[in-house]
Write a protein that binds this ligand. Sequence first.
Ligand code: IVH
Length: 677
Amino acid sequence: MIDVNKRIQTLVHELNEHAYRYYVCDQPTISDAQYDAIFRELSALETKHPEYVQDDSPTRRVGAPVKEGFQTAVHTHPMVSLNNLFDDEELTDFDTRLRRHLHIDPKTELAYAVEPKIDGLGIELVYEDGLLVRAITRGDGQTGEDVTVNVRTIGAIPLRLRHQIQGILEIRGEIYFPKHAFAAFNQSRTDNGEPTFANPRNAASGSLRQLDPNITAERPLSACMYALASISDEIKTHTELVEWVSELGFKTLPTRLCRNIDDVRHAYNYFLHHRETFEYEMDGVVIKVNSHSTQKQLGSIARAPRWAVAYKMPAQQAHTVVDDIQIQVGRTGVLTPVAHLREVEVGGVVVSRATLHNAEEIARKDVRIGDTVVVQRAGDVIPEVVHVVLELRPSHAHPFLFPTVCPVCKTDVERDEGEVAWRCPNIDCIAQVRERIVHFASRRAMEIEGLGNKIVERLVDAGLVHRIEDLFKLTREQLVTLERFAEKSADLLLAALEECKTRPLARFIFALGIRHVGEHIAALLAHDAGSIDTLARMESQALLEIEGIGPEVAASVIAFFRNPSNQQTLKALAALGVRPTEPLNKKTSTLFAGKIFVVTGSLEHYTRDSIHALIQAHGGKTAGSVSKKTDYLVAGANAGSKLAKAETLGITILTEQEFAALLNNTNQLGEASAILI
Ligand code: IVH
């Protein structure tokens, strides 16, 4: 028994070390599959011996949902805010002011620490004897919300400090949504008919306020720590503090030590010019007097310290006029207001549209047709309306009335409790039908060649297609009645429809447009269920047992298959000969353990996500580029430079068929194929 407990402790320690290397240092030393294998061993032992489960076990990162909203919690020391500087002159004044206060002449050194000001959410982490016990949002500075369950899911935040610290330690920093993940995240929300976030900061905030930590766990949140609520006398400077915090196992900021205000100016310019290269949004730098005793001497005024200041960076903004506000109806019926703008350049990109997100956003910002607005590129990509320039509002501009009926089919719109998005509930709404079919036919879904936006619109408008299954009932005679639709195009489209009938199951599931089921989730479902009939019969419990599937997805999948209209579609599709290719393997194995794959070229039988999921399910790793470390290159048609490089490096190259054969062998033999190992 003692041995089991020891083993559990060792595994927890090992896994936490690997999480640290992966999330904090960005330098993993083992593959995901190896990590998963250790994780599974720990999980199994814990199931058998719940009495030995440790508080800092990585299996305990995702806990139970919060029932009735977050509790408030009081900060033992208030979380102050910072005064702002906006230009060089104010920077000089800041230094002069501090020197006057300290009675030091311009020749005496006054060192500063300069670091990025992350545009995220302030957080306080409370550790008790080295264990994370509480996480509190900044709130009003005195009181915040207890978001511990969600913060525990953030990989960059250690559940146990890397050094033994007795008593209470309160560490402060910023939680953020990495920029590079933001665009893809918003895209998947649009695909799922969910409202998008205006910027990474809002995405971080929305993610942290989820009552179900399973949802937070799916978001790629990260965190950097930069302050302590109270500082022991042993730590003399801010730069030492950063070093110490880093040793405890946190991500920290690239703090620059500056010997005088001129150095500070250089540091500011450095961060300004390299702003784009950071993984978080930076809205300025924070300048801190480096010496803690000098900080103490300077103290605070009102709610801000005298010894620190935020030097803001300019946002990438421009002024333009709102010519119109139009409502788009997505495939799940979500109504998204879009501002049509007079073209303007923002940070080198011409912008003519900006999303207004939803009814609340328009009302909050009070954007009206005819208004002059400030637009900004947020998260480096999506333009957003920041605010209206009220002085320039034309007298005739009246508040935008969000439609109470669908602008396309005139059905009364609805809103689910707790959601911001208004939806058109009419699943036969022509806009939804159109979008659903466009999605079904799209490249990453059923990939029906020649069935793009325009053709779908014509088919739907002509009344030839109302539902997905209608596509497969189209005849040559019907198609040629369409204006400017030659016989040749008709034949090509019919052939493409025939050809798509055996697409892989993962693509088919994705194509159905089930809410919350993006490509990745579709691959997981296909892999586990193995057939559409099995998936349709799966109960909540079975769905939740699939790694990576949370309650929201499970509920949505179940609702989809229980819907009579969807059942009718599935039945009709089967009768019309749509038979997705079922995955060859339904099990996981260690066939590819430790092997690194690169996939290139266009594949016929897999989506990128599904082949990646397969490789990972069999213990392999996938990489984006070929290097000496690559073990296998799976090359589809038109493979270019990666294939050439793999050939030069002598890396084993597999065709799609060879890859499939390997998996197939494994399934029949139940063990690894000889040629691989
Ligand atoms: S120091 C006394 N450092 O900016 C020191 N704050 O108005 C107080 N922030 O809400 C904060 N990056 O959440 C500090 N490197 C950084 C920061 C930072 C972002 C946020 C912080 C606070 C606001 C200060």
